[in-house]
Design a protein around this ligand. Structure first.
Ligand code: AMP
Ligand code: ZN
Length: 476
């Protein structure tokens, strides 16, 4: 138990549309499935907001003494250019355009994705599973749905019978809308042999131009997009899982369909807490994006000399359920806070016990995190604590800071280790000594001049009340 006291953890459940106390089936193994990327393009910063949210939620559960088993899929087949089965397979489309095989495309973008996660200090899930490796699980699940009478086979594929599952006047569990309302404005793929345009494909048949195909009891074909998540979630986490997450765009189709097909197969609740992050918006044509009109990716930030963790901090500065507007200046402002915290680690006292006054900050931090993951409030608490430590010249806060960072994921401990191993170059050391002498002589003009010289060479001076100073490298 890392948190300072046992407190209930609250989270907004899209199923009940209310903030609920989170009580997993087993605190030693919270089962968590999050929708992963479709690997046909580099994931943009909007997608990254979603993975940062997932990671923060997992860390918050761990902070509350729970162990999490996390599974994330990689969609490398069956996700059409429209969420409602229409258009071309996204991975195959890129493969055609780039003149590569779908497998090459998927493996290339999966690698990039995993490396972006590392840069953002997003912990790798316990299981990262590719859809194409789990075709047998999907076929087995489709069989169960067929046996229970909620699907039918026609020439163009095996379809989920949405109207039968929904029954008279039944609205969607997540969207709370009728099928017509739910699908209004969407171009539903019309296969002539489908019973209803609302039915969605579990398995697609008779598409000879499709590159990725597998044998099945119904003929050669490939899975629909939604079935992969149900099949892999159940394979690794069981038939009822504690938490399932994704962006809000998944509410009306993907997650609604996942619930329908899973529950009709098992007769059990599929998910206990559905959680959704709001979007990162306003990125079209953002100044830093290399190609106009495209959402920026992490690489664009790095090329603009922005630390990826500044983007993480920027995301944490907003509640996950609020839309967040991308703005490079705001990301740079977050970076200043990041370096403020890094600067402080140079003054941290890891070997000393925390001062008693840190307890009040621990309580407030814990309360904010457990209040539906109120990260902006939690960050305010952290900054306030560090301000106080500086102001009062009492830096004994490392224990609290390290625990807070177990949720925030800003790599403060790594920073501390880095600084402790850092060798100060001899010329810098000479300036540092001259400055210490100037301070002893109370020659503050000289001391300020030397500070400016150090800064120009990439080193920042932090002076303490007791007359000592620390020097930390600047990052830009
Ligand atoms: P996709 O690869 O399109 O399936 O998206 C991967 C994840 O990113 C999903 O959970 C989406 O809901 C989420 N997502 C997509 N666009 C955004 C955005 N602009 N802001 C936040 N999350 C997003
Ligand atoms: Zn999914």
């Amino acid at each position: 138990m890392k948190g300072s006291s046992l407190r209930p953890f609250f989270i907004y459940n899209s199923l009940s549309r209310s903030v609920e106390e989170f009580t997993p089936l087993d605190r030693d193994c919270v089962t968590y499935y999050s929708c992963g990327p479709t690997v046909y393009l580099r994931q943009h910063l909007g997608n990254m907001r979603s993975y940062i949210f997932v990671d923060t939620l997992k860390r918050a559960l761990a902070f509350n003494g729970m162990r999490v088993r996390h599974v994330m899929n990689i969609t490398d087949v069956g996700h059409m250019t429209s969420d409602a089965d229409g258009g071309e397979d996204k991975v195959e489309k890129t493969a055609r355009v780039e003149g590569r095989s779908p497998q090459e495309v998927a493996s290339f973008y999966t690698k990039l994705f995993l490396s972006d996660l590392k840069e953002l200090n997003v912990e790798t899930p316990d299981v990262v599973c590719a859809a194409s490796d789990h075709i047998a699980d999907m076929i087995a699940l489709i069989k169960r749905i067929l046996e229970r009478g909620f699907a039918y086979v026609v020439r163009s594929g095996v379809y989920f019978d949405v109207e039968k599952y929904r029954g008279e006047n039944r609205v969607g569990r997540l969207s709370r809308q009728s099928l017509d309302e739910q699908h209004a404005g969407q171009r539903l793929e019309h296969a002539p042999d489908k019973k209803s345009p609302h039915d969605f494909a579990l398995w697609v048949l008779n598409q000879p131009t499709h590159l990725m195909q597998w044998d099945s009891p119904w003929g050669r074909g490939y899975p629909g997009w939604h079935i992969e998540c149900s099949a892999m979630a159940m394979r690794y986490l069981g038939e009822t899982i504690d938490v399932h997450s994704g962006g809000i765009d998944h509410i009306p189709i993907h997650h609604e369909n996942e619930i329908a097909q899973s529950e009709s197969a098992t007769g059990k609740p599929f998910v206990r807490y559905f959680v959704h992050n709001a979007f990162l918006v306003g990125m079209e044509g953002a100044k830093i994006s290399k190609s106009a009109g495209k959402f920026p990716v992490l690489e664009d930030l790095v090329e603009a000399h922005v630390n990826p963790l500044a983007f993480r901090l920027f995301c944490l500065g907003a509640k996950y359920r609020s839309e967040l507007v991308f703005n490079i200046d705001a990301v740079r402002a977050a970076e200043r806070n990041l370096y403020y915290l890094y600067g402080f680690t140079a003054n941290a006292r890891p070997e000393e016990e925390d001062s008693p006054w840190t307890q009040a900050y621990r309580e407030r931090f814990h309360e904010a995190i457990n209040d539906d993951l109120n990260t902006p409030e939690a960050l305010a608490v952290v900054l306030e604590m560090v301000n106080k430590a500086y102001r009062e010249g009492d830096h004994r806060v490392w224990g609290a800071l390290r625990e807070f960072d177990s949720v925030l994921g800003l790599r403060l401990a790594e920073q501390l280790e880095y600084l402790s191993k850092l060798k100060v170059p001899a010329d810098i050391q000479a300036l540092v000594e001259q400055r210490a002498q100037a301070r002893r002589d109370k020659d503050f003009r000289r001391s300020d001049e030397l500070r400016t010289q150090l800064r120009a060479r990439g080193w920042e001076a932090k002076d303490h009340r007791d007359g000592t100073s620390e020097y930390v490298p600047r990052w830009n």
